[in-house]
Design a protein around this ligand. Sequence first.
Ligand code: HPA
Length: 275
Amino acid sequence: MKYHEIIQHSAAYIQEKLGIIQNGTVGLVTGTGLGALTEAIGNQKYLPYEDIPNFPMSTVSSHAGRLIKGDISGTPVVALHGRFHLYEGFDAREVTHGIRTLGEMGIRTLILTNAAGALNPSFETGSPMIIEDHINLTGTTPLRGKNHDAWGDRFPDMCAVYNPELRNLAIKKALESGIRLERGVFLQIMGPNMETPAETRMYKAMGADAIGMSTCMEAIAAHHMGIKLLGISCLTNKNLPDCMQEAALDAVIAQAEKSSAAMTKLIRAILKEIA
Ligand code: HPA
């Protein structure tokens, strides 16, 4: 089977079990510790990833794997709760299997969330950061290999991966809701090791404001398919090269969970406006 046929197979099964999606359905990817976001989904129907043909299975215990269909603030949503990472050993196509599937199902708007370390010293831990642009430092891309022209161009333009209107909407909603919001450039490393102080210094010099181990692959695949994207990082820790502190996974997850109320509030408000 060709790659796009593998994806179509996953999409067909989901549609058979959960129904065809409504026009205007928004895709949602919930990052580390942000599973609480899925509790905001009303009228839930879900499929465990292991039931969906060809779906990879997450190896990270902090990422339960299920696809959830429902609605938030009156907007129909399909959420990928649990994502796949390069550091788990998946390749870039496997990492973006869920995104490609959402695209095949007809999703035209997608919200990606993640947990990220703040490189910008003025950023506050716990704040959401609107991703304005990204630096893909993984050395790979989901577009590697034969292009499926029906999805998108061989050499897609990348001048506005994160949709400016959605970014502005998020800023407006954060202001209205009294949520402190940062904006900046997100950099993806492959992981799973955190960065050294010397690397942190380099990433800052490159122009990154936040760093994490997900999202760029998904953003590239979604953008390739012409999906409008909003990316929101939850800043779980600070990475200051001259006074590096240990970033333990437990602390990252705990902070993401603590911040999930603000993230949920913001996303609810955004979806209400989109509806
Ligand atoms: N570095 C890389 N990935 C991360 C971090 C970090 O500091 N925090 C959360 N994900």
